[in-house]
Write a protein that binds this ligand. Structure first.
Ligand SMILES: [Fe+2]
Length: 409
């Protein structure tokens, strides 16, 4: 009999929430059929956390793979406070859309050398969020290069009519570096509440013209349909790769655990070998990390299974991707203002939904802030990361400043 993650979940989490945060804190789980997800309410993240409280939150993610701490008061919970919170999970990394490398936009350029220049907020594309619905929406104040703004508030359409932007591709965050990001988190400022499309949802499904975009051609129709089946109310789509791994026969699990995949930052690089299966150090849950042949088509190189040809790698990984994208492992996460939603990139994949752009009313606004972290979690701040480790793994040697996390002893 297979062991499912939901049946080996830590049964003490609920009791620990009450003991450490008070009886007013509610914790519910799971959020999905697969056993993924949890939701905490009544917990105020504006105040610093005690070490035992951080330990409980780390355990919660280790078992739930994703969880939300709902209802933060954005008048008190600033982006600086959000970044302080993120420091417990790992070293926050500067997002490539927020800096230039060697004078070129780092997001479009894979070169790993060249001086890094952080862009002031006013020079970032997302500053347009402040002038799209003037007087109604503005980003929470920040200059941190670690804050990625995910929004559809990037100016009005050419003819002032909203248009539909198709969803993205299934991926994990920054899996293409030797030390991948393992935790990412959203803070929700605005989520679309309009439900007046003809199907009663926020948007109608994008018209399928039969073209593979944004994917490469060559995958079978069933996989393509699974990839493109995305939520229509602005939810982020997730799939649970711990449950997907647990559902496989033991002999197949053993074969997958022995596999290494070659990842590269850029085409032509030697790259490095990375495990396909990872074990969470807290829960012991095993999961598939980004088992996708080309999760960023045209942006980053496809991966290869060590010992297989390019084409055989593709066939092998397409089969795994079709397994993990089955509806029984899927979860569409509804965003609500004030939510902090944290996910483990080693135990999930996610995708951005179709969204309306060129909007002209606040009911269509979608404005999220993302932070992502690398390395080991810590119970107390500030972090004590080794400077050499930071230089090796964090672009621009970024560290949250002392005014956010305190001063090192
Ligand atoms: Fe992402």
């Amino acid at each position: 009999m297979q062991t499912s993650p939901s049946t080996i979940a830590d049964p003490s989490l609920e009791a620990r929430f009450h003991a450490l945060f008070g009886a007013g804190v509610q914790f519910e789980r799971p959020l999905a059929e697969s056993g993924l997800g949890g939701r905490v309410s009544g917990l105020d993240l504006a105040e610093p956390l005690a070490p035992a409280q951080v330990d409980l939150l780390l355990d919660t993610l280790a078992h739930c793979r994703l969880f939300t701490i709902a209802g933060q008061d954005l008048a008190r919970f600033s982006l600086a406070t959000f970044e302080r919170f993120a420091n417990h999970w790992g070293a926050p990394v500067a997002h490539p859309s927020n800096f230039l490398r060697g004078g070129k936009p780092a997001q479009q350029d894979g070169a790993s050398n060249g001086a890094i220049t952080y862009l002031p907020y006013a020079d970032r594309r997302v500053a347009a969020a402040d002038s799209t619905l003037p007087g109604q929406v503005a980003c929470l104040p920040h200059e941190s290069p670690a804050v990625l703004v995910a929004t559809n508030l990037l100016g009005r359409g050419v003819d002032d009519a909203p248009t539909l932007k198709a969803g993205g591709t299934w991926h994990t965050d920054i899996e293409y570096e030797p030390l991948p990001i393992y935790v990412s988190m959203f803070l929700v400022h605005f989520a679309p509440v309009a439900r007046d499309a003809s199907n009663g949802q926020w948007v109608e499904p994008p018209v399928d013209d039969g073209a593979p975009a944004p994917y490469f051609s060559g995958s079978d129709d069933d996989l393509m349909a699974l990839r493109k089946h995305l939520p229509l109310n602005g939810e982020t789509a997730y799939t649970d790769t711990a449950a997907a791994f647990a559902a496989l026969p033991a002999d197949e699990q053993a074969k997958l655990e022995a596999i290494r995949v070659r990842r590269r930052l850029n085409t032509g690089d030697d790259g490095w070998l990375a495990p396909l299966v990872r074990t969470d150090p807290r829960s012991g849950l095993k999961s598939l990390h980004s088992p996708v042949w080309a999760s960023r088509p045209g942006v980053r190189p496809s991966i290869e299974v060590d010992g297989l040809s390019v084409e055989d790698s593709r066939v092998f990984l397409d089969r795994l991707e079709a397994h993990i994208l089955q509806p029984r492992f899927r979860y569409d996460h509804v965003h609500t203002e004030g939510d902090v939603t944290i996910w483990n990139n080693y135990m999930t994949l996610h995708n951005s939904p179709p969204i309306k752009i060129g909007i002209d009313r606040i009911d269509d606004a979608r404005l999220l802030y993302r932070l992502s972290c690398k390395g080991e979690p810590v119970l107390t701040l500030p972090r004590q990361d080794d400077p050499t480790w930071i230089t090796t793994h964090v672009a621009g040697d970024y560290r949250s400043p002392p005014e956010i996390v305190g001063t090192r002893a």
